[in-house]
Design a protein around this ligand. Sequence first.
Ligand code: IMP
Ligand code: MG
Length: 177
Amino acid sequence: MTYAAKLKVLFSRSDIACTVGRLASEISRDYRDKNPLLIGILKGSFIFLADLVRELDFPLEVDFVTLSSYGSARESCGQVKMLQCLRTDPCGRHVLVVEDIVDSGLTTSFLLEHIRKQNPASLKLCALSDKPSRRRTPVRIDYLGFTVPDVFIVGYGTDCNEEFRNLADICYLEEEV
Ligand code: IMP
Ligand code: MG
């Protein structure tokens, strides 16, 4: 099977652009005068965050953390590791965490708890995709793009063993459904 043949598009690049625009309007409405600190979770959120901030026409700051719980498997191992921490102090800031996909919820709840201890002025979560059927810990998503079925998605930043991050569409691997 070829690289292209085993991939099926779940959300096209135009679906994604439309959804990112909608999320940007919601975020603009709430953060325009707050100079928010947007924190992207690497690596998966790098494309989403890059597209999102270019739709926001007000002052903001960007920082990143690198978190890992997956290793090379498709299941969360349950242990979240901080491979690279924040460089901006979130104390007193309006913080918006930006994630590619919430699956078990362990990664985002770990990070939200970590930031909450540092007394931000406010703390919310924006996720491009949510796979609620796989949740292991409750997570409140304040700004949500897509709800996805229980398939492993790749593209637009997300990977399978580091492959497919560069796809412009959000796809799934055909043999899974
Ligand atoms: P959680 O801790 O299980 O919620 O997983 C969150 C992280 O796992 C996300 O940031 C993604 O990087 C990765 N992940 C979860 N589901 C998928 C998927 O379907 N495709 C690619 N990566 C995923
Ligand atoms: Mg991720």
